[in-house]
Design a protein around this ligand. Structure first.
Ligand SMILES: Cc1cc2nc3c(=O)[nH]c(=O)nc-3n(C[C@H](O)[C@H](O)[C@H](O)COP(=O)(O)OP(=O)(O)OC[C@H]3O[C@@H](n4cnc5c(N)ncnc54)[C@H](O)[C@@H]3O)c2cc1C
Length: 281
C-alpha cells in the first residue's frame, strides 16, 4: 500500500483546491469500485487519494422535463428514480447491488472497456457533462467527452461535477448482453432512442457499449434510420450498418468477431422492441 494521505473534501471548491495543490499525483476516487481494486492489486500506486463522497455532488433531481444527476449519485439511486426508465434499466444491468451501492454515475464514464453500461444509455439520451476546474465550469456533450481508449477531455485540475439529461422525444430500448444473466461484464450493450411522426422515424440514437474504445454512437446507422418506416427490412439493414461501423475488440469476455455479430443481433432486437411499443423514455 502506497497511500499516505487521504483527503475527504466537504465541498467542490475544497476538492478543486486540493486538486490544484497536489496536481495529477492526487488520485480522485468516487465510489472506488474501479479505482480501489487498481490500488489493491498494485496496478496503480498513488501516494495521495481524494474521495468525493462529501463534496456535495450527489444531487439527483428532475429538471425541465429532464434529469440532473450529480457525479457521485450512486447507481442504486439512479436505479430507483422513475423519471427516465432507460437509466433505471441501465443501472439495474450494471454489476451487483453491493457494487451499485458504492459505484457512481460519474465514475461510470471512466470505466475501462467493456464497462460503462450506464454511459451507453446516457449517450442515447443526449446527456451532457459539467466539468469544473480552476478556469471555471464548462459543459460538454457526452458524445464529445471520450476521445479514445481511456482518454477524455477532462483537463488537469478539473472534476466532473454532474450530468444533464434533457427532455428528449421518442421511445427507448436498452439491452445488455453478457455471458451470465446478471452481474456480468458486457459482450455488447445497446441503447436506442427513436422518435417518430406517424410511421416515419424523425430522430434516432443508437449507442453501443463494449463495441469500441468507449461508448459510441452508430452515426451511419442512425442516418439510415431517419426518414424511413420502422419495419423488419429497415431494421435488418440498419443493424447491419451498425455492426459494420462498430469497433469491437477481443478480450477475456468475447472476441471481436463475436461482438460484431452480437451488435447486429442486439441492435435488431432493440429496434424490434421499439417497433412493438418501446419502454418509455
Ligand atoms: C465486481 C464489479 C462488477 C462491475 N460490473 C460493471 C458492469 O456490469 N457495468 C459497468 O458499467 N461497470 C461495472 N463495474 C465498474 C464500476 O463499478 C462502475 O463502472 C462504476 O460506475 C464506477 O464508478 P465509481 O464511482 O466506483 O468509480 P471510481 O472507482 O471511484 O473512479 C474511477 C476513476 O474515475 C475517475 N473519476 C470518478 N469520478 C470522477 C469525477 N467526478 N471527476 C473526475 N474523475 C472522476 C477517477 O480517475 C477515478 O480514479 C464493475 C465493478 C466491479 C468491482
Amino acid at each position: 500500500m502506497t497511500v499516505t494521505d487521504y483527503f475527504l473534501p466537504g465541498s467542490l471548491s475544497e476538492a478543486l483546491d486540493l486538486l490544484g495543490a497536489h496536481g495529477p499525483s492526487l488520485m480522485v476516487m468516487a465510489g472506488g469500485t474501479v479505482a480501489m481494486p487498481l490500488v489493491n492489486d498494485g496496478i496503480s500506486l498513488p501516494g495521495k487519494v481524494m474521495g468525493l463522497r462529501h463534496a456535495g455532488l450527489d444531487d439527483l433531481r428532475e429538471e425541465g422535463g429532464g434529469l440532473y444527476i450529480g457525479a457521485t449519485v450512486t447507481l442504486t439511486r439512479l436505479l430507483r428514480q422513475r423519471a427516465v426508465p432507460m437509466l433505471s434499466e441501465a443501472a439495474r444491468s450494471t454489476a451487483s447491488w453491493s457494487v451499485r451501492n458504492m459505484a457512481t454515475v460519474g465514475g461510470n464514464l471512466f470505466t475501462p472497456p467493456p464497462g460503462g453500461d450506464v454511459a451507453v444509455a446516457l449517450l442515447a439520451l443526449d446527456a451532457s457533462v459539467t466539468l469544473a476546474g480552476p478556469a471555471g465550469t464548462r459543459v460538454v456533450p457526452l458524445g464529445a467527452f471520450h476521445t479514445g481508449f481511456m482518454t477524455n477531455v477532462l483537463q488537469d485540475g478539473e472534476l466532473l461535477t454532474g450530468l444533464r439529461v434533457p427532455a428528449v422525444a421518442g421511445d427507448t430500448a436498452y439491452l445488455k448482453f453478457g455471458r451470465k444473466a446478471a452481474n456480468t461484464p458486457s459482450v455488447v450493450t445497446v441503447a436506442v432512442r427513436v422518435a417518430r411522426r406517424g410511421d416515419t422515424v424523425t430522430d434516432a440514437r443508437i449507442a453501443l457499449g463494449a463495441a469500441g474504445p468507449h461508448p459510441l454512437r452508430a452515426g451511419a446507422a442512425e442516418r439510415a434510420l431517419v426518414g424511413s418506416t420502422l419495419g423488419p427490412e429497415v431494421i435488418e439493414a440498419v443493424a447491419a450498418v451498425a455492426a459494420e461501423e462498430s469497433q469491437p475488440f477481443s478480450d477475456g469476455v468475447a472476441s471481436e468477431w463475436y461482438r460484431r455479430r452480437m451488435v447486429r443481433l442486439f441492435v435488431t432486437r432493440a429496434l424490434e422492441r421499439i417497433r412493438q411499443g418501446g419502454e418509455g423514455r
